[in-house]
Design a protein around this ligand. Structure first.
Ligand SMILES: Nc1nc2c(c(=O)[nH]1)N[C@H]1C(S)=C(S)[C@@H](COP(=O)(O)O)O[C@H]1N2
Ligand SMILES: [Mo]
Length: 252
């Protein structure tokens, strides 16, 4: 089935699935407000769409749980990553002084920020849990700039719908909708537990999206692209994940 016909099938199927699950109103509102995730046409699309739509309709502004300092994990677990590229090692040798975060797409004032530029912006620190889909988790304090502030400073177009973020590893990229992008807990982080963010944990710069599973918190970010349409990014599924069975929307 083509993506378009799967999408039509999905929207029809939503009604049926919703009927049995008692989510009839959610399904109708999902269709009416376009709350259809970009990977809706994949295998898990039906359940994923109902989850995404009901989260957006009911808990759009809810906060991820924040923890007391006493619960910070004494030995947080860093998931292994791809070996860094030559370019990354060169930047690391220079203390990341030349690291840039390029911000473009649907913005009136596209910009390129150094780590110092980001450190001078308003910051937020929060103690949240990182939860991996493989079943482990840890709690840490992350400090960074609310993504909402960066979006505001580049004058994001009002009709923008998503923020795409990519990693200096050249492999990982992902995207979130504006509800998460403008959410106060979504941080472009440069520090963890009071020190510079270690490379193992995604330093020098990592997206932290505490309302979603760990895989949305992409390490080594160097580019943000603001868009109203994800079809030209990768295979048009909103991230690389859905190609490997990881849903684009991973709300927790
Ligand atoms: N660039 C990059 N970002 C990444 C990953 C990765 O391999 N490369 N792994 C993801 C996954 S699956 C998880 S669960 C978390 C792990 O975060 P941690 O190393 O802080 O535990 O990072 C996410 N971000
Ligand atoms: Mo993960």
């Amino acid at each position: 089935m083509s993506i378009t016909s799967r999408r039509k099938w999905l929207i029809r199927g939503l009604g049926a699935a919703a009927g049995v699950s008692g989510l009839g109103i959610t399904a109708r509102l999902a269709a009416r407000h376009g709350l259809i995730p970009p990977d809706a046409a994949t295998l898990y699309g039906l359940g994923g769409t109902l989850t995404y739509a009901s989260h957006r309709l009911i808990t759009r502004h809810s906060l991820a749980r924040e923890f007391p300092r006493s619960l910070i994990s004494p030995s947080p677990f860093a998931n292994p990553v791809e070996p860094p590229k030559e370019e990354f090692r060169r930047l690391q040798a220079g203390g990341f002084a030349a690291w840039r975060l390029e911000v473009g797409g649907m913005a009136a004032r596209p910009a390129s920020f150094s780590l110092d530029d980001l450190r001078r912006m308003p910051s937020r620190s929060q103690i949240t849990q990182l939860v991996c889909e493989e079943g482990w988790s840890y709690i840490a304090e992350w400090t960074g700039v609310p993504l909402a502030h960066i979006l505001d400073s580049v004058r994001t177009a009002p009709r923008a719908k998503f923020v795409v973020y990519s990693s200096a590893d050249g492999i990982w990229w992902d995207s979130i909708d504006m509800a998460d992008a403008l959410h106060p807990q979504t941080l472009v982080t440069y520090a963890m537990n009071g020190s510079d963010l270690p490379v193992g944990f995604g330093g020098p710069l990592r997206m932290r999206v505490p309302r979603q599973l760990g895989y949305k918190s992409v390490k080594f970010i160097n580019r943000l692209t603001i868009t109203d349409n994800l079809s030209s990014f990768g295979k048009g599924l909103g991230s690389g994940g859905p190609e490997f069975g990881y849903a684009w929307y991973a709300g927790i």
